[in-house]
Design a protein around this ligand. Structure first.
Ligand code: CO
Length: 462
């Protein structure tokens, strides 16, 4: 029997989920050597919201962070999360930017690139996947897990065939909302393993309280790699704790062989840092509340609190239950998209409009119109003619790959940012977040970068 492998997430998803991605490079570097020796398969350290947070809140160069991490991590693979054609931003980028971004991520130290698309539309993953292979990285493609009458085991098996055809080196089940029930997980893993022998990884969140039970059943089903976070940044909206799983499996045939002394050292190192984020209000105790209701509504935990604040702003918090009932209807109308950024925000906001306006789709937000026109990719299930007419009337639906509509943009962006960019990496930073990157690069050029003290949250992509 193969040993279980562990991907340690505290330096990406762990702090993204619990402290709004605020760990500074100076807080990360001193513990890396210890983490490198602890026996992990990989360390997830980059991508997701880390890039955004670096320039938006920390005034740090995300590329520099990656290079500094790489210098200190010599044995363990470094891993990042990439949102397919959206890279680390919130729109579709042209293919030349995608290719360049992947090239530079690998050149600066990334080994494994985990790529996902919110709709599981593999046309939005293809170019990034090809680039990872071209530049010698390990291409891991994600299944964004969701529940609907359309998302059957057959659907997932077919998706896995597409993933294999793209040349993936491994596959991950990405349960970003923490709604994969243990028995369903068991069946899903068995089904995937019946169609491919590629290594299979599982990623979940503890939000609903079932994550550890899921992990044990995943092990029964033969999962190869599990995502956990050092206890200091585990639990709640983050992943299950690394040390707890290591203790559970110690001495078994699949014992991942982690060094308990070093794990403890990591946990102790992060404690005063976590304390700082509790004191400054960034770590909200609510992140640790168990939210079994997300299993009932199948909505990510973050979406529930967003709804309350949207409704409070409209003075309509008494309509909360109605909106909760409307969300699954809107999701069904739209072909059951997985509720992950940006779809979770889009479906939530449209549901609020449907309820508050008093007539469904009388007011339709632009993003939902674009989605219905096919500009985000293919909806998992077809959208009925009746609903489509309500949303976009007789406007044309685009059935191609969304990025085919985009001209190459790297050279234009390079020209636009001019002398402020000292490297291709700087141009890519500018491409991701034009406004804040420009401010950041300006400050960097005069050497006046200090951390901003804002306590704002950013769009979190799990
Ligand atoms: Co996650």
């Amino acid at each position: 029997m193969n040993k279980l492998k562990i991907t340690e997430t505290s330096l990406r998803d762990g702090h993204q989920s619990l402290i709004a991605t605020r760990l500074k490079t100076s807080e990360i570097l001193p513990i890396l050597e210890t983490m490198d020796n602890a026996g992990f398969y990989s360390l997830e350290v980059w991508g997701g919201a880390t890039f955004d947070a670096c320039i938006r809140f920390l005034n740090e160069d995300p590329w520099e962070r990656l290079r500094e991490i790489r210098k200190r991590v010599k044995k363990t693979k470094l891993q990042m999360l990439l949102r397919g054609q959206n890279l680390l931003g919130y729109r579709h980028y042209s293919d030349d930017i995608v290719e360049k971004f992947v090239e530079k991520s690998i050149a600066n130290g990334i080994d494994i690139v985990r790529i996902f698309d919110a709709l599981n539309d593999m046309r939005n993953v293809r170019v990034a996947a090809k680039a990872v292979k071209k530049f010698g990285g390990h291409c891991q493609i994600a299944i964004s897990y969701t529940i609907s009458p359309f998302h059957t085991l057959e659907y997932y098996k077919k998706l896995v065939e597409e993933i294999v055809a793209l040349g993936a080196d491994s596959i991950v089940i990405k349960d970003m909302a923490g709604i994969l029930l243990p028995e369903e997980g068991y069946k899903l893993i068995k089904a995937i393993k019946s169609v491919t022998s590629l290594p299979l990884e599982l990623h979940t969140h503890c939000t609903s309280g079932i994550a550890s039970m899921l992990y044990l059943r995943a092990i029964d089903a033969g999962i190869d790699i599990l995502d956990t976070a050092i206890s200091t940044f585990a639990g709640g909206t983050s992943q299950p704790a690394t040390e707890s799983l290591a203790r559970t499996l110690a001495g078994t045939e699949i014992d991942p062989g982690l060094n308990m002394t070093l794990l403890k050292e990591c946990a102790e190192y992060f404690k005063p840092i976590r304390e700082k984020y509790i004191k400054n209000g960034i770590l909200n105790p609510q992140a640790f509340f168990v939210e079994p209701s997300i299993l009932e509504y199948q909505l990510p935990g973050g979406m529930l609190s967003n709804l309350v604040s949207q409704l409070t702003a409209q003075n309509s918090v008494d309509r909360y239950e109605e909106v909760l009932r409307e969300i699954p209807r809107v999701r069904a109308d739209l072909g059951y998209p997985p509720l992950v950024t940006p779809l979770s925000q889009m479906v939530g906001t449209q549901s609020v409009f449907n309820v508050l306006v008093g007539e469904r789709y009388k007011v339709v937000i632009k993003e939902i119109k674009d989605y219905t026109k096919g500009l985000y990719g293919l909806s998992p299930a077809p959208i009925s003619n009746e609903i489509r007419k309500k949303i976009i009337e007789d406007e044309e639906v685009f059935s191609g790959r969304p990025a085919d509509l985009l001209e190459p943009e790297f050279l234009n962006l390079k020209k636009e940012i001019g002398k402020l960019a000292l490297s291709d990496e700087d141009v890519l930073t500018y491409a991701m977040f034009p406004q804040i990157a420009k401010e950041y690069l300006e400050k960097k050029s005069v050497g006046g970068n200090e951390e901003k003290n804002t306590v704002k949250t950013i769009n979190i992509v799990f």
